[in-house]
Design a protein around this ligand. Structure first.
Ligand code: SF4
Length: 366
């Protein structure tokens, strides 16, 4: 039970009442929470919502990230990953090299491969179909979560077909799920300033809707802490909430703090811990219909991600193994965690670790 007096003093007792009653919060409620000086009060509300949904369970996945290439036709200002041909930091894996990465982990009990890249200027859709088929042939038990909505739109443009047709082909090849990247902040103002060449926010939502209608579930992200306003963050969350009301296809939401190193966003500073925790908490509270909220330790650091389990997060992501996107932007976290390390962090945080697959089905090991 949350202390009503604390919330009365903060002028948030009506919101406390709505959270306790399980009622939906408005964008204005979200603005008041983001503006609240007490991160603990906001966190306690989110923890209440999180405990109601997941008790003391915190999920993790044994997964492997593969970035097939960072070549990208776009030039998003907040991105330290995408490169142009000829750049000394550009890379591109062949099919054999992708498979080599999967083979190298063949003794690990991985359940998910997470594979994304830039918008490569020329690779045909058949390359991605072959990659999925070859990974599945090698390890049929693996779930493949690959290609953001931005990549799907890009493949469609290169092939001259619709995103829906791309999704159908990739699904037939064995694609299980889409990750949540490329959503950034949906606001046309932000996209116009930071990533004008990229798929629009509405385009991202339309492709996620297409995927959901085709039975492909997706995650969703928000890149925050650059030039967006609190209102724009909340409108982003509300757009996802409305999509979820329609389709029920979103599995997990991942708030990603902007990492300014090596980017071209003027005057940007890294987010602070309190801002990260408050955004996590408000995400949990606003996204009442999205089952899971991820504390992505790669971006938050392991220590803050552990604390975030008390601020609305119920998922710790996974072992990851090799991470390039966040680390090229200056992420200070490790590149990989073992299952034992993940479980220890979760357990010592006061939660019960549960291994999951990409759909959050519990993985039982004999
Ligand atoms: S964010 Fe994605 S689309 Fe934009 S430049 Fe980076 S890799 Fe390319």
């Amino acid at each position: 039970m949350l202390d009503s007096k604390v919330y009365k003093d903060l002028g948030l007792d009506d919101i406390r009442g709505r959270v306790e009653a399980g009622e939906r919060l408005s964008i204005e409620d979200g603005e008041r929470l983001l503006g609240c000086p007490s991160v603990l009060a906001v966190g306690a509300l989110a923890h209440e919502a999180r405990r109601r949904m997941h008790g003391d369970v915190a999920y993790y996945v044994v997964n492997q990230h593969i970035n097939y290439s960072n070549l990208c036709v776009n030039s998003c200002r907040f991105c330290a990953f995408g490169r142009k041909q000829g750049d000394p930091l550009a890379f591109e894996l062949t099919l054999d090299e992708i498979l080599g990465k999967v083979k190298a982990r063949s003794q690990d009990p991985i359940t998910e491969v997470h594979m994304v890249g830039g918008c490569h200027p020329s690779l045909p859709l058949s390359f991605y179909e072959e990659a999925i088929q070859a990974i599945k042939a090698l390890r049929p038990e693996l779930r493949i979560k690959a290609f953001t909505a931005v990549e799907i739109a890009h493949f469609a443009g290169l092939e001259g077909i619709t995103p829906r047709q791309v999704l159908l082909r990739l699904k037939a090849a064995g694609l299980d799920m889409l990750p949540g990247g490329g959503a950034e902040v949906f606001s046309p103002r932000i996209r116009g300033l930071l990533c004008p060449e990229k798929l629009s926010g509405q385009g991202w939502l339309d492709i996620a809707r297409d995927a959901h209608e085709l039975g492909i579930r997706t995650n969703a992200t928000m890149l925050y802490g650059h030039i967006e306003t609190a209102r724009e963050r909340l409108e982003h969350l509300d757009a996802l909430r409305r999509l979820q009301d329609e389709t029920r296809g979103l599995v997990c939401f991942i708030p990603l703090p902007f990492q300014p190193a090596n980017t071209r966003v003027q005057d940007a500073r890294p987010t602070t811990g309190v801002e990260d925790l408050k955004t996590m908490a408000v995400s949990r509270l606003m996204l009442d219909n999205v089952p899971h909220i991820k504390a992505y330790w790669v971006m938050l650091t392991v220590k803050l991600a552990q604390v975030a389990l008390y601020f609305g997060a119920d998922d710790f992501d996974g072992t990851v193994v090799e991470e390039k996107i966040g680390h090229m932007a200056g992420a200070e976290s490790e590149q990989a965690l073992t299952r034992t390390e993940l479980e220890r962090v979760i357990r010592e945080g006061g939660f019960s670790p549960v291994e999951r697959d990409c759909f959050f089905n519990e993985v039982k090991r004999g």
